[in-house]
Design a protein around this ligand. Structure first.
Ligand code: G3I
Length: 355
């Protein structure tokens, strides 16, 4: 089967996710990965709840296995993720740590330890993941902070013990985002720092994120640590779509909006289930029509990625065989359970043929 990374070698790296069990299974998953992909995101192993169960306790065993395997095989590491409301570590920002002083000190400890551990090995980092509300709710059209997820433990902790008005950019709960990027830059100056989120084709969410990236990059210009580079150098579009609601026009607009911020864009977690949200295909053989609908959607996406290739850092698919996907019931990937290529694979290989 033609290798995807070779098919895209003149455009951008092509990635996928790995779990430690993939290195040890009976399906030659690791070989399949090496054939098609040249950048790896650990699906779960590098999230705070996996790396740090308690303050001053860090366990890199699982993540290191994946990273060593990747780097030994010429596969780049995209590291995921440092600051997130989900799969986080409770000690960082809840309970006794649910205040600005403690949470920011714990963030420093966490980022220095974890980004420090992977210094020189991570090409790119998702520093902050999913800081914005699900679908752009709350956005007032001009202040990106109005669109933030206010129930994130990071936001709540930073809002506690606020000494100044939250109207100023110098001390408000959203500062946790800026702090995270400055800490990551100082810890691993060569890594390219990304902001990563989903539903970014929705105009309100898209615009709030673009404004945030520009605002924090502007704030960085007068920071004592300023090093001549952008602070947030990349925007990750997770790209978890739905077959029946997928709108390529909105994706095109989002790519254009993000590129205009001056940041690189990476497609960080793409998958495209067949049909509707509540479809339960669960490994059933797809009808010819379903296979084709999914393939055409993938073709539309990859045609756009080629169009913006100059600005794209990587395109990562969130899973290898359908049954391993977090949304397995929608059979959203390029390969079936036994890694036989679906029509979607051929559409990614040659999108032009499907449009
Ligand atoms: O680690 C525990 C294990 O100890 C326990 O025995 C087992 C029992 O269920 O659960 C394990 O945790 C699971 C974890 O994956 C690791 O395998 C969680 O239940 C499960 O919910 C978790 O799902 C992951 C999900 O993130 C969690 O939010 C998916 O595998 C992963 O694909 C998904 O990835 C996220 C990205 O990080 C961010 N963007 C959205 C994307 C999809 O949700």
């Amino acid at each position: 089967l033609k290798s995807l990374k070779e098919a895209y070698q003149n455009y951008f790296p092509i990635g996928n996710i790995m779990e430690v069990r993939d290195l040890e299974d009976d399906y030659n998953t690791a070989e399949m990965f090496k054939h098609h992909f040249n950048v790896m995101t650990p699906e779960n192993a590098m999230k705070p709840d996996q790396i740090s169960k308690a303050k001053d306790q860090y366990d890199f065993t699982a993540a290191d296995k994946l990273v060593d395997w990747a780097l030994n095989n010429g596969i780049a590491l995209h590291a995921h993720t440092l600051v997130w409301h989900s799969q986080s570590a409770a000690w960082l920002n809840t309970g006794e740590a649910a205040n600005r002083a403690t949470a920011s000190e714990n963030m420093k400890n966490y980022i220095e330890t974890v980004a420090g551990h992977y210094k020189g090995r991570a090409t790119t980092w998702d520093v902050v993941n999913e800081a914005f509300a699900n679908a752009g709710e709350g956005f007032d059209g001009s202040d990106w902070r109005t669109a933030l997820r206010k129930d994130s433990p990071w936001y709540i902790a930073y809002a506690n013990n606020n000494t100044k008005s939250s109207k100023t950019l110098t001390e408000d709960p959203s500062d946790y985002i800026y702090d995270a990027y400055v800490l990551a830059r100082k810890t691993d100056p060569n890594a390219i720092l990304y902001y990563n989120d989903y539903n970014e084709e929705i105009p309100a969410k898209r615009d709030a994120i673009a404004l945030m990236v520009m605002a924090l990059n502007q704030r960085w210009l007068t920071d004592d640590n300023y090093d001549g580079r952008l602070l947030i150098e990349g925007i990750g579009m997770q790209s978890h779509y739905w077959g029946d609601s997928f709108d390529a026009f909105l994706v095109d607009e989002a790519l254009a909006t993000f590129v205009a911020t001056g940041a690189k864009v990476s497609i960080s977690e793409v998958d495209m289930p067949v049909g509707a949200w509540n479809n339960q295909h669960n490994g059933k053989k797809l009808t010819k029509e379903e296979e084709t609908q999914q393939a055409v959607n993938y073709a539309k996406l990859f045609a756009l990625y080629k169009k913006y290739a100059k600005f794209i850092g990587r395109v990562t698919i969130w899973g290898k065989g359908d049954d391993q996907s977090w949304r397995a019931s929608g059979m959203p990937l390029l390969f079936d359970n036994s890694f036989t290529a679906k029509e979607a694979y051929y559409a990614v290989l040659e999108p032009e043929k499907y449009l």
